[in-house]
Design a protein around this ligand. Sequence first.
Ligand SMILES: O=C(O)CCCC[C@@H]1SC[C@@H]2NC(=O)N[C@@H]21
Length: 340
Amino acid sequence: MLFSNCSSFRFFCSHCPSSMLHSLPKHIIKRRMLSLSSANMEAESASVLVLCGKSNVENEFALSLKSNNVLRFLDSNPVSICLHSEIRNLHCDSEGFQVDHYMDVLSTSQFGRFLMYSPRLGSTHDVVSHNFGELPIGAVCVADVQTKGRGRSKNVWESPKGCLLFSFTIQMEDGRVVPLVQYVVSLAVTEAVKDICQKKGIQHLDVKIKWPNDLYLDGLKVGGILCTSTYKSNKFNVSAGIGLNVSNEKPTTCLNATLQKLTPVAHELQREDIMAAFFNKFEDLYTVFMGQGFQSLEPLYYKTWLHSGQRVIVQDKNDNQDQVVENVVTIQSTFLFFRV
Ligand SMILES: O=C(O)CCCC[C@@H]1SC[C@@H]2NC(=O)N[C@@H]21
C-alpha cells in the first residue's frame, strides 16, 4: 500500500514495518499524509497522481510536468503529483495498477508511453481533457477507482475496483473522420482481448461492439467508450475514455467471470495486460485508419459487430407521408440493409 504526499513525500507500507517511515531520508519525509491506497482512500481526502514514462524521453517530460506544476484537476480534493521513479521501491499495493508490468508489455512508439496513474480520481477523462495542451499525444491516465466516472449523454459510469478505467489523447486534422475514431478505439479493445486470450492459449472471449460504442459479452454490457473533442489551432483534440469490467462483476458482468465459466483451469486477465495490448493494437489500427480510411477496417469491424445479421423492422413513410410501410431487413453494416 502506498501512502504519500508526493510533492514532498511520505510513505507507509502496510506490508513493511512502520519504521519504514524513519528509514526514508529526512528531506523526503514531511508532515502531511495526503494520499492513500485505494483501500484506504475513503477516510482521507487527497489523491495522488503518479507520472511515468516508457523511456527516458517520457520520464524527462514527467519530471518537467511535475516541476512546472501545470496540471489542473476538477477534483474537489487536492491531487498531488509524484514520479514513479520516486516511489517504485515503496509502492507495494498488489491490487493497484502495476505500472512496471504495463510498461514491460507495451510496445508502441507513441500511444500509452506517457502514463499518469492514480489509485483514486474523480475521472480520468477530466484529467486528460482539461490538460490536453500540457500532455503529449498518446498520453494516458488510468485509475483504480473513479468517484465521478463519466459515461456518454451525461450518464454516470460506475467505476469500482477491478474495472479498467483509462483515457488518452489523440490529435486529428481532418474533422470528417473524427467521428469514426471511436470505432477504431472499440475495435482495439476487442482485438486486445482476443490477442491476450490467444497468447494465453485459452478460448477467446467474444466481446462484441454494440453500435455506436458499447462493448457486450454474453448479452450484457461489459464496457463503454467515450470520445469527446475540442477544436483548437486547426486541430481536433480528442480525448478517448475506456471503461471495461475486467474483474468487477457489478453492475453487469465482467471478462473474468465469463472466463471462469469457459476455462477449466483458472485464468484471469489483468488490467495492465489489457491496457498495454489495447495500445499495441490501437497504434496499428490507427495507422491503417489514417492512411487508408475506415473502409480498410470495415471487414474486421463488422465481424465484431453485435448487429451483423440481426433482423430489424424499418419503418418508411410513402411519398405522401400519410402511410407508414414496414420492412423487415437484415443488418449488414451501418449503411447497408438488405430487404428479405
Ligand atoms: O458507455 C459509456 O457511456 C461510456 C463510458 C466510458 C467510461 C470511461 S471510464 C474511463 C473514462 N473516464 C470517465 O470518466 N469515463 C471514461
